[in-house]
Design a protein around this ligand. Structure first.
Ligand code: ADP
Length: 274
């Protein structure tokens, strides 16, 4: 079974033009999806259905879906990709992780590398971090002048409008975890030898700037949740619930896009395969 995704979506969506009130938003979200078994069953169904719909999207070859994943370190961006798109073939889904810009990327405007990674028609593209880093880490760490960053919110809205007017549906998810949950996840990376490789001392530096990052998130949610590309703030302290919610919204969105297999102009019965 799948959930009433519209009700879930309404609960997590940041209404365009309204304050996001990030601090008041759920990191746990037990009311949204109380039952783990039901959620896990629905996640499996959604993941399979997403694959079928992607096949239709590819056959139609006229539109694309871009899924943007943002969240503080350990919020589960990689885990979401694994959990939600694991039924999709590698031909249909492209995943792009945006790290520190290279010298070449820094020699261009900040949207250059992002635009180049937007999925082509027929594809689902997933961004693990995105152009929003340019109003997050760039702001918190002062990597660009204040007034340049200030202009970026409108530039990002215009960029996403351009994409949506050119056949790219943009879904944006902020994976919202609590500070305590991050502490536990970082500690686990120290405690479990098989997770040691994930530990990065730099994450502790960013953790010290927790409030600054939350404030930067709140600002981008307030300013960049638009009719053409609204933000969703996903309760992400529980991994199974996070995945189930995102899968339900991706699935529901693809169903609404309703990609269709093209109708061929010949009759299959005209041919015989010897
Ligand atoms: P992750 O932490 O997502 O698993 P990395 O360890 O490669 O992956 O971290 C990516 C790093 O790149 C993050 O610290 C992030 O803040 C940084 N980064 C991403 N985009 C930008 C950007 N536009 N400007 C500066 N730093 C960025």
């Amino acid at each position: 079974m799948t959930h009433d995704w519209k009700a879930i979506d309404e609960a997590v969506r940041v209404e365009p033009g309204k304050k996001s009130k990030l601090r008041a938003r759920e990191c746990v979200g037990a009311d949204l999806l109380p039952d783990r078994e039901v959620a896990e069953g629905a996640l499996k169904d959604c993941a399979k259905a997403i694959d079928v719909l992607q096949d239709r999207l590819w056959a139609e070859r006229s539109r694309a879906l871009l899924v943007v994943l943002q969240g503080i370190d350990t919020s589960g961006k990689d885990g979401t990709v694994r959990g939600v798109f694991n039924q999709c073939g590698p031909l249909g889904v492209s995943v792009t992780a945006f790290g520190k810009p290279t010298e070449e990327e820094l020699a261009h405007d900040y949207l250059w590398r992002v635009h180049a990674a937007v999925p082509k028609k027929g594809m689902i593209g997933v961004f693990n971090r995105s152009h929003y880093e340019d109003v997050l880490v760039a702001k918190v760490r002062g990597l660009a002048p204040k007034d340049a960053i200030e202009q970026r919110y409108d530039q990002i809205n215009a960029f996403e409008k351009h994409l949506s007017e050119n056949g790219v549906t943009v879904l944006k998810f902020m994976l919202h975890i609590s500070k305590e949950e991050q502490r536990q996840r970082l500690q686990e990376r120290l405690d479990k030898p098989e997770k040691n490789w994930k530990f990065n001392a730099g994450d502790l530096e960013d953790r010290k700037l927790w409030d600054e990052y939350q404030a930067a998130y709140e600002t981008l949610l307030d300013r960049c949740s638009t009719e053409h590309a609204p933000w969703r703030v996903i309760p992400a302290d529980k991994k199974w619930r996070r995945n189930a919610i995102i899968a339900a919204i991706v699935h529901g969105t693809l169903e609404e896009m309703n990609p269709r297999y093209p109708v061929v102009e010949w009759k299959p019965t005209d041919y015989v395969v010897e």
